[in-house]
Write a protein that binds this ligand. Structure first.
Ligand SMILES: Cc1cc2nc3c(=O)[nH]c(=O)nc-3n(C[C@H](O)[C@H](O)[C@H](O)COP(=O)(O)O)c2cc1C
Length: 171
């Protein structure tokens, strides 16, 4: 099975998650930013990563998702709490955008929000719904997110339990 990881990342959080995903997936695999993504036709599964902007996948990822066909695995980082309605709705939106593809699984976690962005968001009226969760995003994605990612990849059938730990085999 050959997997492709394509990610969109402005501040580096989603890139970090994408690189961990790359590390955890068994061979054969490729990784690329969305701007230079290769032809997905020769891959069995494409893992598409994005960050949330305005409660949706970021614009570059939206364009990519619209053109996806075949099997895809979605992953994302956001300021909103993990598992929040805000995060769930954004993942659902990603699935809707990828109308010609089959979503085989997904994972999302918080990604650190810069102090400058938090200040900008705090000055908005109304303030965005994710702002209250954003301070807790500090330091994410982290190793505990990577362990949850591992479970999501196993559930999606992209790796086995033998490849469970991050980067190395468990006994
Ligand atoms: C312009 C902007 C808009 C954002 N909008 C949202 C949002 O709607 N919902 C959310 O949960 N997080 C939002 N965030 C937080 C980012 O999604 C989060 O920090 C993410 O991890 C950034 O990923 P990146 O470092 O890969 O760019 C926003 C951040 C920025 C800079």
């Amino acid at each position: 099975m050959k997997n492709l990881i394509v990610y969109s990342s402005k501040g580096g959080n989603t890139k970090k998650l994408a690189e961990e995903l790359f590390k955890q997936l068994p061979e054969d695999k490729d990784i690329a930013p969305v701007s230079t993504a290769p032809d997905p036709g020769k891959y069995d599964v494409v893992c598409v990563g994005f960050w949330l902007k305005g409660g949706q996948p970021d614009p570059a990822a939206q364009e990519y998702l619209k053109n996806c066909t075949g099997k895809i695995f979605l992953f994302a980082t956001h300021g909103a709490a993990p598992g929040s309605d805000h995060a769930k709705m954004a993942l659902n939106k990603a699935g809707e955008l990828a109308a010609n593809a089959t979503v085989i699984g997904s994972f999302s976690c918080q990604g650190e929000v810069s102090a400058k962005m938090m200040e900008t968001a705090a000055n908005k009226d109304p303030q965005p719904p994710w702002l209250g969760d954003a301070p807790a995003a500090k330091g994410h994605p982290n190793t505990s997110d990577f362990m949850e990612l591992s479970e999501a990849l196993i559930t999606a059938g992209l790796k086995t339990k033998a490849e469970k730990s991050t980067g190395s085999m468990v006994s």
